[in-house]
Design a protein around this ligand. Sequence first.
Ligand SMILES: NC(=O)C1=CN([C@@H]2O[C@H](COP(=O)(O)OP(=O)(O)OC[C@H]3O[C@@H](n4cnc5c(N)ncnc54)[C@H](O)[C@@H]3O)[C@@H](O)[C@H]2O)C=CC1
Ligand SMILES: O=C(O)C(=O)COP(=O)(O)O
Length: 389
Amino acid sequence: MAIKIKTMNKISNKGLALFDERYEVGDEITDEDAILVRSAKLHDYPMGENLKAIARAGAGTNNIPVKECADRGIVVFNTPGANANAVKELVLCSLFLSSRRVLEGIEWTKTITGDDFGKQVEAGKKQFVGPEIEGKTLGIIGLGAIGVAVANAAVKLGMNVIGYDPYISVNAAWKLSKWVKKAASQDEIFQEADYITIHVPANDETKNMINAKAINEMKPGVHVLNFARDALVNTDDMIDALKKGKVARYITDFGTEALAHTDNAIVMPHLGASTPESEENCATMAVEEVMDFLENGNIRNSVNFPTVVEPRTTTYRLCIIHKNIPNMLAKFAGTIAKKDMNIENMVNKARGDYAYTIIDTNDLSEDITKAIEKQEGVIKARIIAKALF
Ligand SMILES: NC(=O)C1=CN([C@@H]2O[C@H](COP(=O)(O)OP(=O)(O)OC[C@H]3O[C@@H](n4cnc5c(N)ncnc54)[C@H](O)[C@@H]3O)[C@@H](O)[C@H]2O)C=CC1
Ligand SMILES: O=C(O)C(=O)COP(=O)(O)O
């Protein structure tokens, strides 16, 4: 029986080509084993009993009900860093667009007619003067894959860069240029920066982080960039600040009709990750994650379960998604022993309220998954036979 993969949004063929003849892939698939998605909202999507995994070919997973998926034993993956360079390049482009009045100048030039075109251009160009970014201060909130890439590039462009990220990963810290100054708070960024760019996930903590109060703390004439998510910025407050001139420029990938028609706002149609390179990177990584999970039970780059990656050495692998509560392993071992199965390898990892256990064995008792699922705290159990793959 084929393994069914449902695609939502346009997933690059470079990734989809990795699925071989054992897989059935497409946007019409029903009763799917896994979903590949980009920005489509899955909060109201009816997830079936057979669904085991959702892979977000991209970074942000706020379009997926991650916690509900964990409760149902559905592993949600994303593709960390796979589209970071694409976003970094658009942020750099936007730093220039927000400073130099290039877009207005281009629009104005289109309106000029006549033999004295050159003369009119030279006379009118003074309306489009804008500052250079070299020597200015860029404040970055969120130093993950994108924030670090933007920070390092901005340092090379001669900007003073300050960054704020109370949860910075060791990996990101290793990659960050030593010239990036560490801010002790968001307020420090608001108060010191001429340009502010945000690169955090949308969640309860970050929602509305740029609102009237935050804007009030910023320097007059600040430039604000939002290539992260709409929920992070209070759009009404931003429109108000643009109208008053407190914010000189707001450039975002996440607009509204009102914002798109406000002077000094530049609204892009969510283009951050829209490059062939990043679409291919994201799709390839997402497909590899899903295949390894469906075929081997390995979990890497999940946002709701721990990383567990073990080489296959036995004929069968029992994969158990369960609550992170005491005595689970003893119960599994007891159940397995009762079925006369011998454990060759066992790995258990927890993440928050949830845990994942892989048990490798060369024995199989037909109803082992049912017996395991009867244990309190078990969400889902699955047996994968190596011979099938
Ligand atoms: N415009 C577009 O097309 C794209 C937008 N994005 C958005 O950008 C976000 C960031 O992407 P990546 O850098 O790849 O993710 P990432 O996970 O590598 O980095 C996010 C960083 O934000 C930090 N963070 C979390 N809460 C914070 C807080 N309250 N204050 C300061 N820092 C905080 C984390 O510690 C982490 O270092 C994504 O969650 C997504 O919403 C990502 C890719 C494309
Ligand atoms: O990766 C992300 O978080 C993005 O926002 C990219 O979205 P997209 O895949 O281009 O719909």
